[in-house]
Design a protein around this ligand. Sequence first.
Ligand code: TRP
Length: 379
Amino acid sequence: MAKESMKITPWEVSGNIDYEKLIKEFGVSKLDNKVLERIKKHSKKLHFMLDRKIFFAHRDLDWLLDEYEKGNKFFLYTGRGPSGPIHLGHLGTWIFTKWLQDAFNVDLWFQFTDDEKFLFNDLSIQEIQKWTYENMLDVIALGFDPGKTHFIVDIKHIGLMYPEAIKFAKKITFSTVKSAFGMTNENNIGQIFYTSMQAVPAVIPSILKGKNVPCLIPLAVDQDPHFRVARDVYPKLGYYKPAIIHGKFLPPLTGVSGKMSSSKSEVAILTTDSPKEVEYKIKKYAFSGGQSTVEEHRKKGGNPDVDVSFQYLRTLFEPDDKKLERIYKNYKSGKMLTGELKQILIDRINNFLKEHQKKREQAKKIIDKFIYKPSTSVS
Ligand code: TRP
């Protein structure tokens, strides 16, 4: 069977994703050992998502590190389109962002694009506001420092955003947006404008401080096209181009193509799922690299490279390289059965979610500390 061709835009990810090809198509740089060594010089240890190339590409990281080494500290910027519940696939970027915040001791600006989700989805403003609140709880639960983390919500903070967004909008043509995103004359005019809203948080600290501050954007690679368009504009407005670090997608439970999506909730594990739901979803849907009978599996062994449970351990839930290696070998040799591998993952996810759900509850009391207020002093 021919491989499904890959399609990647900020609003659609499908097909078999060839990350090497993406690097060429998007014109980004590979995250090679040289730049990883430079990161390590400052962070001491490398996060396993860097070692394992879950974060695999970048733009201008060398420049960012040059500035950092000159004493010109950067800030982090990432975001979330609040269109539904948070699933495990969203967490990788944010867990990594939190590691960066701690490793470099830097501020984070986190954008909630309620306007985007209104313009692109069939959802009411009210529904989106509910998801904005719910999604904020998940972000806070990951442990971001409230003194260094600033949430901006596009509609709420429009007074801060709009004067800058129109400057970007004035320098981006409809024809650029058409070719970058495959938009057509049928797209609504809010969608055409939207990239200018996503561009703005990368310069908010520069505006507030009255001097240029370098910015690093950790993102899943489908978000890169917005910045490919906007990066041409930043210098025209007198700002630095933000640096970017690109992450891979967590595959859906059912297999290796596309990305996990909460609109298909049976193949996504939500942060609010109960232990029983997690167990059910993994046992029923997690694509397995095992053989069809135990006998055959013992003889021929499994294929961890296509096994979704193994991929989840590698991407999110088994930071220990030695343990991961042992699981890999045992599964490949047939010593470990699919049921045993799935059980390891189920236990890991449920342990994680137990803590996460507790912190998610506690987040309700401190949510206000995270939402940006003009009176907040920004370090
Ligand atoms: N558009 C993103 C989404 O749909 C949200 C987002 C806003 C974002 N700003 C960002 C993601 C910066 C990564 C980096 O989820």
